[in-house]
Write a protein that binds this ligand. Sequence first.
Ligand code: NAP
Ligand code: ZN
Length: 347
Amino acid sequence: MPTANAYAATSAKSPLGPLAIQRRELGPRDVLIEIKFCGICHSDIHTVRGEWGEATYPLVPGHEIAGIVTGVGAQVKKHAVGDRVGVGCMVDSCGDCPSCRRGEEQHCLKGMVGTYGATGRDGQLTQGGYSTHIVVTEDFVLKIPEGIALDAAAPLLCAGITTYSPLRRWGEGPGKKVAIVGLGGLGHMGVKFARAMGAEVTVLSQSLSKKEDGLRLGAHHYHATKDPETFKKLAGTFDLIVNTVSAKIDVDAYLSLLALDGALVNVGAPPEPLPVSAFSLIMTRRVFTGSLIGGIPQTQEMLDFCAKHHIGADIEVIPASKINDAYERVLASDIRYRFVIDTSTLK
Ligand code: NAP
Ligand code: ZN
């Protein structure tokens, strides 16, 4: 069985540390990937700290994986040794239900298999990308086009698809006014995509401290949400708001910023409920909805879109020894805009 060096959480409260793990033997349709880089998503922190419910430890997080294929099973057709590939938040699904047949594997009716902390079809607990190697069935391995560096590509596998998907679903493009709430890992990708799709883009951030960056990333406008004037000035403005905030927000306040038939799509996943007033939805027929990553075909479409538009994530590459510091810095919004682990430092 292939052994991988990894970094794991052993409880909700203790820091992560090194751990050797076993990957399964290559099955006929499996791909063995040497992981080069793995992004740190805020979901990793929610999960290892038990904020979304009790986790199973030891837990190796990481679902923004970029690497090189180093082995393939006998029946693998889609990938070959040497290919540049990525793996996102899921590693398997039933493949047969209506959702899977539509390429929306994240909504598999039998439950998709998460990249970490889930039970795989082999009965083993899945372990994620803060590791040197992973074995994944070929259908859940994405191609990373030439032209996107592997380190800048890693965050596309979660932060990228999670913002690309709602923008596509809600028809973003020229003539549409889009706001992205929260300029973090997801938010900065949302700004890049909305701009590349041709929308008029506004960032709604807690303060103006990242305004210059926001405009450089592609926003046309930038406002501070801690300033109550922002909500008065922008009332009724947007066709679409994508909320990426990892903490509870005042949903009614953001709904008031929507134009007729506008939609607020929530991708941020705080543990607390997000209450909403009936009148916020009744007035101007507003929509309040959510979005979960994206299916495999759309994830590949997003990667190809990135290659065409020269889009990658803005990253800070760190060695494994800095993972615990990085968690604290993510919680303090002190990252521009994604930490990416150089997995060659996992010894
Ligand atoms: P992140 O890098 O920490 O970004 C979150 C941003 O939210 C921060 O940069 C900050 O932006 C803003 N923020 C943080 N705390 C806040 C507070 N108390 N009040 C107001 N704004 C605050 O996190 P991420 O990795 O982008 O993930 C964001 C959320 O999306 C997480 O909850 C994550 O679990 C979730 N997620 C969901 C999916 C999905 O499929 N739906 C996929 C991936 C992640 P400013 O400094 O600009 O205000
Ligand atoms: Zn994620």
